[in-house]
Design a protein around this ligand. Structure first.
Ligand code: DX5
Ligand code: ZN
Length: 224
């Protein structure tokens, strides 16, 4: 189904050969590249920034989905837009002015999204639907790859699906629903049934080790 997008998180890729990893995973059938930015402040881990995004940009035409786990948020938006980001999502509690940050992302030519942690309320969406292109529901606490899916997220996904469907009926505008954390072959069908359309998977995809392995895993995801 074309509605479903697989977005491998390069957090679990081989950083020493990131360009080739990006190229391989897209050739293996993935749709997007999920780019996890951690700042050792909003989350207790440190990854990469706009320079690395710029470095991988020539390796693929696929959309780059930048997930900002940083605080503050605003100062990184223009650098990421210039580095070739397509989507920029951020955690609303990490921005002092959420509405302003969403506008800033769009003014810089990117699609905008809010990321909600497992304990963060869907209420954050209520007054910002017109400025959002995507909602990212975290199914683990942000900061690390390889954690297990928190089951309560399934219920939240269904609730969010309902909100987005109501909004689409009313306005005709479609907002994507993405899920991030602990997505594996044995739960992806359930997560899809709950209403997710974009699936981030880090450790599950990159456990494939190479192009052939990635292809097998991504194919299995689609079969589910
Ligand atoms: C967690 C990151 C995720 C993570 C997913 O903070 O936002 O994107 O890399 O990794 P897995 O699929 O291993 O849970
Ligand atoms: Zn992520």
């Amino acid at each position: 189904d074309n509605r479903f997008k697989i977005a491998p998180s390069i957090l679990s890729a081989d950083f020493a050969r990131l360009g080739a990893e990006v190229e391989d995973v897209i050739k293996a059938g993935a749709d997007w590249i999920h780019f996890d930015v951690m700042d050792n402040h909003y989350v207790p881990n440190l990854t990469f920034g706009p320079m690395v995004c710029k470095a991988i940009r020539p390796w693929t035409k696929a959309p780059i989905d930048v997930h900002l786990m940083v605080e503050p948020v605003d100062s990184l938006i223009e650098p990421f837009a210039k580095a070739g980001a397509d989507y920029i999502t951020f955690h609303p509690e990490a921005s002092r002015h959420v509405d302003r940050t969403l506008s800033l992302i769009r003014e810089n030519g990117c699609k905008a999204g809010l990321v909600l942690n497992p304990a963060t309320s869907l209420d954050w969406l209520t007054y910002e639907m017109d400025k959002i292109d995507m909602v990212l529901l975290m199914s683990v606490n942000p900061g690390f790859g390889g954690q297990s899916f928190i089951p309560e997220t399934l219920h939240k996904l269904q609730e969010c699906r309902w909100i987005l469907d109501q909004y689409e009926k009313k306005t005709g505008k479609k907002i994507l629903l993405e899920v991030d954390g602990g997505v594996k072959i044995d739960n992806i069908a359930e997560i899809a049934a709950a209403g997710a359309e974009v699936f981030v998977a880090g450790s599950a995809v990159f456990s494939g080790k190479n192009y052939e392995g990635y292809k097998k895993i991504i194919n299995n995801f689609r079969k589910e």
